[in-house]
Design a protein around this ligand. Sequence first.
Ligand code: ACM
Length: 515
Amino acid sequence: MSETPSIIPNPVACRLAGGAPFALAASTVVVAADPALRPTAAHLARLLGVAVAERAPAGPVVTLAVDAGLTGKLTAEGYVLTVAAGGVTIRGGGAAGVFYGMQSFRQLLPPDVERFGWRAAGGAATAPALEIEDRPRFRWRGALLDVSRHFSPIAEVKKFIDAIALHKLNTFHWHLVDDQGWRIEIKKYPKLTAVGGWRETTTRTGAEQLFDGVPHGGYYTQDEIREVVAYAAERHITVMPEIEVPGHSSAALAAYPEFGNTDAPGYAPKVQAKWAIFPETYAPKPETLRFLEDVFAEVLALFPSKFIHIGGDEAMKDQWENSPTTRAFMKANGLKDGHEMQSWFIRWLENLLAKHGRRLIGWDEIQEGGLAPGAAMMAWRDVKWAIEAARHGHDVVMAPTSHTYFDYTEGTAEEEGVPIGTQTTLERVYSFDPLPAELEPQFHARVLGAQGQLWRERMPSLPVVEFRAFPRLCALSEVVWSPVERKDFTDFRRRLVWLLARLDRLGVNYRRPRV
Ligand code: ACM
């Protein structure tokens, strides 16, 4: 371990105490009297290879405690970490704060702890004596994983969740549905996964010409979903599902064509194998709305997340405008064009979610034809949409292509061996500020935070996902957690060396940054 603590994201305040370090030993005990802290205590004890107790024994102790007195100053996600020769104390404003304090403590120990626990450094691992006071800058710190374009079984999803937990991210945006595959079991509509979960082939070239001829598919059972939600919750991560409406619905409509614009010319939905935008949209018919009510009822039963993502992006308007039935619906409801039809769907969904006590969030196209009153927006094409929405009192999350799309390569196209390249360097990600300079201070509270996107058109496996995600998610974690005054790319690069050594031990296939 270097003398200066190398924690990512950089904490708010860190004061080296200068005394003898804390020495990790086989006899170290993790103590947590509070039942709410048991998962975190178990997590830390498993990592260190030591025991957990409810009361302090003699000997070196890591004490975990919630200190409600800290909440006012540090929020429930904040913590104070004190390391001394005699023991370690992690006090959180809430259980989440304790978990984040644990992640910081972990990063004070040598990277080999990840593999060998207390046996690291020949059984002589230490953490420097210090006090850290910390809290996140933003409350939405996320990562999106697309499992439609390429599927990952839950073991991979859990590994990804562990990696984002290390970075104190708290929102896992699970992109479960798209044109190329429907990945969540819905008991009432089994064809969604039986038919919509499979495509015949996958395109393998940048020019979108060559198909591999290999069927691709898979889905999560509801039991698996519950397992992932519980796994994430123990790591203080909310799993937010995304169910795409009204566009990106080819896979669903391939399974149940009757819910689309069946009388639009050329209507022939299928599970798509190309990477593109497709004309299929849900039709505003009573049977379609019942279908969506049923699907969301099952989704809401699985995901406790307050926010539910309904997609809303890239919905083509042609089928609505070319379907006599939908055109008649639009006329009867005073909707003058496809944009207003889109807006109608979003408002209908917002109402549906509100009836269940949930909140709608969608991609920035949900403002087309008027943003539904309580809707939150995720800005991807341009932060200008978020600025406008925030000024009108809407909560927003920043996810712009300009800084947070990690399907864009980190190196140049030539370095990465890809035919076309939109490059988003580590430094560019690091430079992002979720609070746009032009947004007036009175609207800052509307910016909930930001997240990194892992769209998987060209990420067939988890190692490729990890290669694109890390270290850019390390940089993003600092964007959403650390105070602006604490941001320093040179210092980040110094600390990153230690974090990457840790990711090595965890078997994460990060991209080695250029020196
Ligand atoms: C998006 O990238 N279509 C949100």
